[in-house]
Design a protein around this ligand. Structure first.
Ligand code: FAD
Length: 289
């Protein structure tokens, strides 16, 4: 029997006001009984330290299972080894292995850092092999990123598939996708991955569209161009509230089509906004949330 997985992505708080909103957010997420909650890692939130602090809050105040994002950009190999050790000690058994966003103008990670996510998957599996006795009550689950609309640095889609295959060969258990706008993009990724013999589940990452500003910012960060029809629909909205409703409707339509296509899970980018999570999940078929 297999059940569609449900997961949420959250961002470590950056200041006291954001920390104050955390209990309400976590209480809401817990009410959906998700399979895991993925905690991001970024320069602006203190890289692995921010992830670890938020995971500690999640683990000590809720029954949610955390998945730690770990990036090559966040530290040297020695620093990553010590972070993985600390995460495992704190009970984390799931990682999303990423290269990480490079600072503007950079074309590679700094010296002493791993270059790419496939090497980080390999490092995690090596650590796992060296710590089998510590992991008797649960081995590591290692996920990676996948790109239905292609990664902006890749020469072409074939490169993205080759890289995903390398990550799977190195031991990735699953992939979560970058946001995307058309069901066809996700279907193409699944088809090409299948042809390349990649048999790990590829979980769609879904971003609730809440307005033009969020859409523009996320597209800029992900190197995507929003489809004209979505931009037109948001631009024609009479008020920000209308744009919010139209955006969520568009995102929910995509989510419903993806669920109907038999996706192994739904990974919802929350942006730590409980209202958006509530409004978006209300538009999904019963049983999803
Ligand atoms: P890689 O797999 O290393 O790929 C990056 C580029 O290098 C691609 O063009 C790829 O084709 C190429 N490449 C890969 N391997 C090789 C190789 N061995 N040799 C040559 N070229 C190679 N960023 C953050 O900073 N923090 C986060 O918490 C975070 N969470 C994310 C969650 C999800 C679900 C997704 C989809 C992305 C997330 N990102 C995050 C963004 C991610 O870090 C960026 O997209 C980054 O630019 C690439 O990460 P990656 O792991 O795909 O890198």
């Amino acid at each position: 029997m297999s059940k569609t997985a449900l997961s949420f992505e959250v961002i470590p708080p950056r200041n006291d006001a954001e920390w104050e909103a955390v209990p309400g957010l976590l209480e809401l997420l817990e009410s959906y009984n998700p399979d895991y909650v993925a905690v991001t890692s970024a320069r602006g939130t203190g890289w692995a330290q921010g992830t670890a602090d938020f995971i500690e809050k999640i683990s000590t105040t809720t029954s949610l299972r955390p998945l730690a994002h770990l990036t090559c950009t966040s530290g040297t190999v020695e620093e990553l080894l010590s972070w993985v050790d600390a995460f495992v000690d704190s009970g984390v058994r799931g990682f999303l292995a990423l290269r990480g966003d490079l600072p503007a103008g950079a074309t590679s990670t700094p010296p002493g850092h791993l270059d790419h996510a496939d090497a980080l998957v390999h490092l995690l599996r090596t650590i796992e092999k060296q710590n089998v006795a510590r992991l008797c009550a649960g081995r590591l689950a290692v996920g990676v990123a996948a790109y239905p609309q292609g990664h902006p640095e890749s020469a072409n889609f074939d490169e993205d598939i080759d890289v995903l295959a390398a990550k799977a060969r190195n031991g990735a258990d699953f992939a979560i996708t970058q946001l995307f706008f058309e069901t066809d993009a996700y279907a193409r990724l699944l088809d090409q991955a299948n042809l390349a013999g990649i048999d790990i589940p590829i979980i769609p990452g879904l971003m609730p569209i809440t307005g033009q500003k969020r859409l523009d910012r996320m597209c800029k960060l992900s190197g995507l161009t929003p489809p004209g029809w979505i931009v037109d629909a948001l631009t024609m909205a009479a008020t920000p509230e209308d744009a919010y409703r139209i955006g969520l409707d568009i995102s929910a339509q995509l989510a419903r089509a993806i669920i109907d296509s038999g996706a192994p899970g739904l990974h919802i980018y929350t942006f730590n906004n409980p209202q958006t999570v509530t409004d978006f999940t209300a538009l999904l078929p019963k049983g999803t949330s």
